[in-house]
Design a protein around this ligand. Structure first.
Ligand code: HEM
Length: 417
């Protein structure tokens, strides 16, 4: 099987449930449970694809180099629609070299530098949102925060930022099977990709570059490798923008449905530490990326299921995160779990932006929750994307002054460490 060409094209028909339905978008976890009940942690679909729902089994696949993408170099155009020369869907050695170039921008020192900026940006956005009393957490906080951080990280010049954000919002839909995207949107995604590549290319030619663009442009061996840099930056946008929006949006929505857990955070004074602990459970409970695809590069076995070379293996991260063998009462949100979730994947493709995403979500919770967000009557809607999962509109009422709830009312509640 030509893995990178077919992963996404055939995805819709490979899963044991119909991911095209509204019901799936609203609650994929119900569908995962049905398959888990009937097949256990590993399911072989009629098509021959292997669907992994168990936590240990997902870890085994993601950490095993026998499961990869079937692309040895980063030159192939991928079935995900991300531009060629990107490394998310390639195997070593091409993957290792490119990942290392980007990893340099995600060092602990770089993240530390971004930390204050992220916090200030989150405080400002929440403050502005609170002034009007009612706000959409997604449109007014999560999107501008995530877009601004990714743009800073890449080094997108100010004048190109509005176009950049527009393109970023479309790119995430490109992760879905084309059959699930209407022709008009497909056309807009294609145009957005070309525009984004053009903008990144233009920014790269400017002498006053910053962020990853500057680092990558000064490639160690002196060759700018422009096409590769453009594709890598476009991938960072696709991988980092909507996912972080999803974490903030899905996480806030989950908290609003669990007042006891909101109270747990309030009892901890919405401290940075407690919010960071909460973010881990929010990542487990409703992860923004639901699926990681792999291809068996040689004959293998997953928990007793034989997997011949060339088999499509679909790791359902959202299902693994609710494996009852690892997470007791898995459908319950319990912020003090400190779970070993798989929301950022594992192994050689482990998310490079995990620390950044955690930082952003923690900052939003810290500034948003003391203003006591309450749901308005507006219905909550999800993005039509399937591989990515994100609440796309979440209107709340906020206290304008940001005073936390009366601590006396919370007396008797257990406070996080
Ligand atoms: C909550 C937010 C995020 C989630 C849930 C998430 C999730 C993931 C997952 C599951 C993977 C692995 C996919 C696989 O193994 O097939 C991944 C890879 C990646 N992520 Fe993230 N991500 C997030 C935020 C970010 C951010 C903010 C950035 C950068 C700005 C980023 C950059 C990347 C990159 C570059 C890869 C590819 C790594 C590789 O192939 O070696 N991500 N992410």
């Amino acid at each position: 099987m030509e893995a990178s060409d077919t992963f996404i094209d055939c995805l819709a028909g490979q899963l044991p449930f119909d991911i095209g339905t509204e019901e799936f978008v609203r609650d994929p976890y119900r569908f995962y449970e049905e398959v888990r009940r009937s097949s256990g942690p590993v399911h072989r679909a009629d098509s021959g694809a292997v669907v992994v729902l168990g936590h240990a089994e997902a870890k085994a696949v993601l950490g095993d180099p026998r499961f990869g993408h079937g692309a040895q170099t980063a030159q192939d155009r991928t079935g995900y629609g991300v531009p060629a020369r990107t490394f998310l869907l390639t195997d070593p050695p091409g993957h290792t070299r490119q990942r290392e170039r980007v990893r340099r921008a995600f060092t602990a020192r770089e993240i530390l530098v971004l930390r204050r900026e992220v916090d200030e940006r989150a405080a400002r956005l929440v403050g502005e949102a609170a002034r009007s009393g009612t706000t959409d957490v997604v449109a007014d906080v999560a999107r501008p925060l995530s877009a601004g951080v990714v743009a800073d990280l890449i080094g997108v010049p100010e004048d190109l930022r509005p176009r950049f954000t527009q393109a970023a919002e479309l790119l995430v839909r490109g992760m879905d099977p084309p059959g699930l995207i209407d022709p008009g949107t497909r056309e807009r995604i294609a145009r957005a990709r070309v525009r984004l590549a053009g903008d990144i290319g233009a920014a790269l030619r400017r002498p006053s570059g910053s962020g990853i663009l500057r680092t990558l442009a000064q490639d160690a061996d002196g060759r700018p490798a422009r096409a590769e840099t453009v594709a890598t930056c476009a991938q960072l946008v696709a991988a980092g923008y909507e996912t972080t929006v999803g974490l903030i949006a899905n996480g806030t929505y989950a908290l609003l449905r669990h007042p006891d857990q909101l109270a747990w955070l309030a009892a901890a004074g919405h401290s940075e530490q407690a919010c960071a602990v909460a973010v881990e459970e929010l990542l487990r409970f409703d992860p923004p990326i639901q699926l990681a695809p792999r291809c068996a590069l040689s004959d293998a076995e997953i928990a007793g299921t034989s997997v011949p070379r060339g088999t499509l293996v679909l790791v359902l991260l959202g299902a693994a995160n609710r494996d009852p063998r690892v997470f007791p009462d898995p459908h319950r949100l319990r912020l003090d779990r400190q779970p070993r979730h798989l929301a950022f994947g594992l192994g050689g493709h482990y998310c490079l932006g995990a620390a950044l995403a955690r930082l952003e979500a923690t900052a939003v919770l810290r500034h948003l929750l003391p203003r006591r967000p309450r749901r308005t009557g507006h219905p909550v809607s999800y993005s039509p994307a399937r591989v990515a999962r994100s609440v796309q509109s979440l209107r709340v009422r906020l206290d304008p002054d940001g005073r936390g709830p009366d601590a006396a009312r919370l007396a008797g509640m257990t406070s996080p460490a």
